[in-house]
Design a protein. Structure first.
Length: 309
């Protein structure tokens, strides 16, 4: 009986170690893949949006800002994650101050690219408006102010993270338990989880509606020259390409965000379900010691560890 229990414990331990190794290997491959493709993609985007034909376009400025910040994310957040999980070098846990500052900065930087895409969608909306006053909002001066204001607002919106992230007894940087944990989950869900996709979808649909209405209103009063025709055709082609790029990026971002929201919700649900079932089993078996002597306890702990990973 004792030999059987020892073999079972050894099997469970081997399974958990294998799962840990698989998780580390996956994160290692994922980080190197993200670093390689992220570097190539963002550098190409920066090259495209700094070309002379696009550099003076307000919408391309927002895409350029998103690409630059995305490159910063690739060269900071990804290596920090790789060092933390794979090589056990946790910069967040070096001190309480570093835990607070890095947690705030990482959340701040990661949120910026999506909001710059929102600004690009808003620019396409105002640029395609029938009102000259509304179209005036699509300018380089507005881009500079809107970009700086977005950076400031997102940073201030995330500043509470610096006050509630701290080193725990296990020497790891984590959110302080309590009411703030619930607030943080709701804040991330509605402000940074659903906020950008909803704004992208709204401005994108409004921009498409404006474009369709402008096509119906087109009735030139004079005959343009050949040079004017070429300039107008080139400008329309650029606007059309930027509109297509905005729609594609918005759709991809919304799909990815929906997937992560779904998986996070499922993980939280199953984690709570297992914890409730675990508490029920403790009541049935009266004490934790008697529960630990059963195979059911080992299975519960193993499944709960998988979900938390």
């Amino acid at each position: 009986m004792s030999s059987s229990a020892t073999n079972t414990t050894s099997t469970n331990s081997d399974a958990i170690n294998t799962l840990k190794y698989s998780r580390i290997l996956f994160i290692q491959v994922w980080c190197f893949t993200m670093f390689s493709f992220g570097t190539a993609g963002h550098i190409l985007s920066i090259y495209v949006f700094t070309r002379r034909s696009l550099y003076s376009n307000p919408c391309s400025k927002y895409f350029l800002a998103s690409a630059v910040v995305g490159l910063v994310v690739v060269y900071t957040i990804v290596p920090l994650r790789l060092l933390q999980v794979v090589y056990k070098i946790d910069a967040f846990a070096s001190s309480d101050a570093m835990c607070r500052i890095l947690s705030w900065l990482s959340n701040w930087i990661k949120a910026l690219p999506s909001w710059f895409i929102v600004l690009a969608c808003a620019d396409r909306f105002v640029c395609s408006s029938a009102s000259a006053t509304t179209r005036a909002w699509s300018s380089i001066r507005v881009v500079t102010r809107a970009t700086l204001l977005t950076i400031l607002v997102v940073g201030l919106a995330d500043v509470h993270i610096a006050f509630y992230n701290r080193l725990n007894t296990a020497s790891s940087c984590a959110i302080a338990p309590g009411t703030y944990t619930t607030f943080y989950g709701i804040f991330n869900l509605f402000i940074f989880g659903l906020g950008p996709p909803v704004c992208m979808l709204t401005f994108g649909l409004l921009a498409i509606r404006n474009v369709r209405q402008s096509v119906k209103r087109m009735a030139p009063n004079n005959i343009p020259t050949r040079t004017q025709n070429q300039l107008q055709h080139r400008q329309k082609a650029t606007d059309r390409q930027l509109m297509q790029m905005m729609i594609v990026q918005s759709i991809i971002y919304c799909q990815i965000r929906a997937y992560f929201l779904w998986t996070s919700t499922c993980a939280i649900y199953y984690s709570f379900a297992l914890q409730s079932f675990h508490r029920l089993c403790r009541v049935v078996f009266h004490t934790k010691q008697s529960l630990q002597s059963t195979q059911l306890y080992k299975i519960l702990i193993f499944i709960q560890w998988i979900i938390q990973v």
